[in-house]
Write a protein that binds this ligand. Structure first.
Ligand SMILES: Cc1cc2nc3c(=O)[nH]c(=O)nc-3n(C[C@H](O)[C@H](O)[C@H](O)COP(=O)(O)O)c2cc1C
Length: 435
């Protein structure tokens, strides 16, 4: 087990097929279908590893969403995809999103233990509770259970999974040729869990987690979500349009973690960061326009309607947003998820329908940097050094080319400023995160 690295800025690559901004696939020379293949994922992961990034992250939702009709999306099951990427890479972390609402804890504990084994400790799990009725209807339900119930199930689910991961004590795999004993029953224990949602005997059938547990990640924004993350997660994903709200969230999460008896330094706050990079700021702004213009108007309307939860025919790009028809947020407890942050941003800036559609086409309300390498490095340095975050989930405009530019121009700047590793000093994701 390698010694965790010192305080570096954490950088994940959010693997959005083709890229975050608009429709890069429409101007790519690659075959259009390339972007949903594991070959595309591997190309991105290799560039990310060449840049010494911490991890590649695969978001997921077990349903086809409005935006998937008009752009390549993560069609591949993320555990299968990351297992393949583990053979195309050596050091970079492999983060998979999986839902606690439509999975079984024994199976998921086993799949993540297997990913940890085949990648030698590079697995991470982004724990989600999956909102929306579309996913529920793929799992024998008519509608999604209420959010508090989804988080209650998630909390028990996590307890079961971590207990199963701990059901093997070190040295359980003895492989003693003399006695013929392969496993030591004295070191492998049932968990005998009997809870409201699950009854699980255990132990887990999986290779020992010699390189440590998969890293746990959560991105909840509601009271339930933030509480679960602060109590259990190693890293928290967030969406912030400005540095002050990030700083507030980090302080809140650290305080909740301390109140739960944890060392606050063991919870990393990782906001999304949209990066549009070119040699000059002017070039980057031109690139942003070109990529956003690649999304046809009807697609921009469809994506905006989906984000707002409205019918497409109620939106007109050349008219103001019909606020009286925008449904209220599904939040019994003041969720500040991406939709809420997006609505507030659009309202505060009084954007019209086209303005809101372009904002969404540009990646939505995540903090965004459009500029030259120095400007991108400055932005990252300011957020990190002033305590607004522990790192970022990079949302690169166009993949893999935009990431290549980031690796070749921004990473060296961050290294010179002592902000980023110059080599992988650890072999596991837990080590990369300094955990
Ligand atoms: C950077 C980031 C990545 C996320 N990835 C996913 C994802 O892959 N799948 C998913 O269902 N939800 C994802 N979410 C949504 C969160 O899990 C969560 O549902 C949302 O932030 C709202 O919080 P709440 O559930 O506590 O209301 C993500 C959120 C953020 C900020």
């Amino acid at each position: 087990m390698s010694t965790p690295e010192g305080p570096h800025v954490i950088l994940n690559a959010n693997l959005i097929p083709g890229g975050t901004i608009g429709s890069p696939w429409r101007r790519s020379s690659s075959d259009g279908a390339y972007f949903v293949t594991v070959e595309h994922y591997a190309d991105v992961a290799r560039v990310a590893e060449r840049g010494l990034l911490d991890a590649v992250f695969l978001a997921d939702s077990p349903d086809i969403q409005a935006k998937d009709w008009n752009a390549p999306s993560r069609l591949l099951d993320p555990i299968v995809a990351q297992s393949v990427l583990s053979t195309h890479t050596e050091r970079i972390g492999l983060i998979v999103t999986a839902t606690t609402s439509y999975n079984d804890p024994y199976n998921l504990a086993r799949q993540f233990a297997a990913l940890a084994a085949v990648s030698h400790g590079r697995a991470g799990w982004n724990i989600v509770v999956t909102g929306g009725d579309a996913a529920a209807r793929n799992h024998s339900l008519d509608e999604a259970p209420a959010k508090p119930e989804r988080y209650e199930r998630a909390a028990e689910f996590l307890d079961v999974v971590t207990a199963l991961w701990d059901s093997w004590s070190p040295g359980a795999l003895v492989a003693d040729r003399a006695t013929g004993r392969y496993l030591d029953p004295g070191r492998i224990h049932p968990i005998s869990h009997d809870g409201k949602h699950f009854r699980v005997a255990g132990p887990l059938k999986a290779p020992p987690l010699d390189d440590g547990r998969p890293v746990l990640i959560q991105a909840g924004a509601s009271t339930h979500g933030v509480e679960l993350g602060a109590r259990t997660a190693d890293a928290i994903y967030t969406a912030h349009a400005d540095i002050d709200s990030a700083r507030r969230r980090r302080a809140e999460v650290r305080a909740l973690a301390a109140a739960a008896g944890r060392d606050p330094d063991t919870v990393k706050l990782l906001p999304g960061l949209i990066v549009i990079l070119a040699d000059t700021e002017e070039g980057a702004r031109r690139r942003e326009r070109e990529l956003t213009d690649l999304i046809p108007d009807h697609v921009q309307v469809a994506n905006l309607a989906a984000r707002l939860g409205m019918r497409e025919e109620d939106l007109d790009l050349d008219a103001p947003i019909p606020w009286d028809r925008v449904p209220a947020e599904e939040s019994a407890d003041g969720s500040r998820g991406q939709r809420a942050v997006f609505l507030e941003f659009v309202r505060d800036r009084d954007l019209d329908t086209r303005g809101a559609a372009r904002l969404l086409a540009g990646g939505g309300v995540h903090n965004t940097i459009v500029g030259a390498p120095e400007q991108v490095a400055d932005h990252i340095e300011t957020w990190f050094r002033t305590g607004a975050c522990d790192g970022f989930n990079l949302m690169i405009d166009e993949l893999p080319s935009g990431l290549e530019a980031f690796v070749d121009t921004v990473v060296p700047l961050l290294q010179r400023r002592g902000l980023f590793r110059t080599e992988y000093a650890t072999t596991t994701l837990r080590g990369h995160y300094g955990l």
